[in-house]
Design a protein around this ligand. Sequence first.
Ligand code: SIN
Length: 482
Amino acid sequence: MAKIDTVLSKLNYINGEWIGNERERMDIINPFNGETIGSVPKMGPHETDMAIEAAYSAFSSWSQLPAQERSRYLKKVADIMIENKEELARIMTLEMGKPIRESRGEVEYAASFLEWNAEEAKRVYGRTVPGRDASQRITILKQPVGVVAAITPWNFPAAMITRKMGPALAAGCTFIVKPAEQTPLTAIKLMEYCEQVGIPNGVVNLVTGNPAEIGNTFMKNPKVRKITFTGSSAVGKHLIRQSADQIKKISLELGGHAPLLVFEDADIEKAVRGAISSKFRNAGQTCICANRIYVHEKIYAQFVNAFVHAVGQLKVGNGFDEDVQVGPIINKYGYDKINRHVQDALNKGAKVAVGGKGNIVNEHACFYQPTVLMNVTPDMLIMNEETFGPVAPIQKFKQDEEAIQYANDTPYGLTAYFYTESVTRGTKVMEALEYGIVGWNDALPSTAQAPFGGIKESGIAREGGSEGIEPYLETKYVSMEV
Ligand code: SIN
């Protein structure tokens, strides 16, 4: 695959200018083969403050623009993304390895957050409320928070930016993104689209560089009023502590450890299909991937046979091959964690039903075979921590209560899945699961229409749905005596 020169010639985007040529650069690696595909400037506190200043200066005019006009800009960026779907998808597959069909799907998914929020922009309503006596009138205003700084992950290089940028811009906030070190090229391309549709200077900005330096600068600068982050729970906790100093608003979409429950009356074919798509999407590198599967003993053998067979058919390899379903692991660090989970399970008595091995091509290119583990027990690492890889451990259960107890026995609360054809059982299960997102016979619940986010240690606030714009708004009430 040739280098994408149009992207590589671009730099950081601050106040409508492309800057950073003279700076030290950070390499971007193709995780399929470990080759360097380009580089971006390693910016620090100075440039981050420049971006904050630009966003701060642009705030007044952007926030006063009629919502209808902000909406039109968002819609135009969504349209240009769809027009350039192939280009953007190829950049994503190049820099993070996901299968090209998933990358194309991600472009549509990412654009949908801009489209959705283009509509939400027009529906930021205040309220009037009857006062406490005849002379009082109360008016409630919704106003944009101010400058928003986003720190986004590598696993969805486009969608995790638009899911933040969409509601921020719709609400009237201005925006700075620090994309993951592994996937800045997609982010740069998104900034190019914003420039092409004429979003005014300073409204969107991008800085690449050391995450801690840039993050600390966001936190120290009082002009940043909100931080929005998708990533690990450990980093999320650190950001909560840091944000306390200036009481910055914060939205966090953090780690998960999703259970997938298959009840005795499940449609097994549907459950197998769902488990495959949830577990192996993006090589298991999503926060909402099913991380552990619990199957009722009556259908255990039937489910396992069908599931193991289907997993054995998955094609691993270069994301650019149209029929590849599982790409590389993002890096050696991710690979080591997966391997540690598998080895720990094997040491404690688990058995490999299919897969079970990794392949380190070189220090920057690693793969892990789609794997199913049986005979797993609750004490194993894989049953307690997010694996972020293509490994599915399966445990048997006898009673519904037991399955729900297993499912809820975790500090995480992002996503849970279950399969049952019974409305009565399903209603009880959906109410009992302590998760922000529940998929009932649905393994791909994510959509711009719904409020994505977790409870417990999986996060704060929601992204998408009519709830998604709220974290970018302040509520002010005006009490009037007449
Ligand atoms: C994530 O893994 O963080 C996002 C997954 C999704 O939006 O479906």
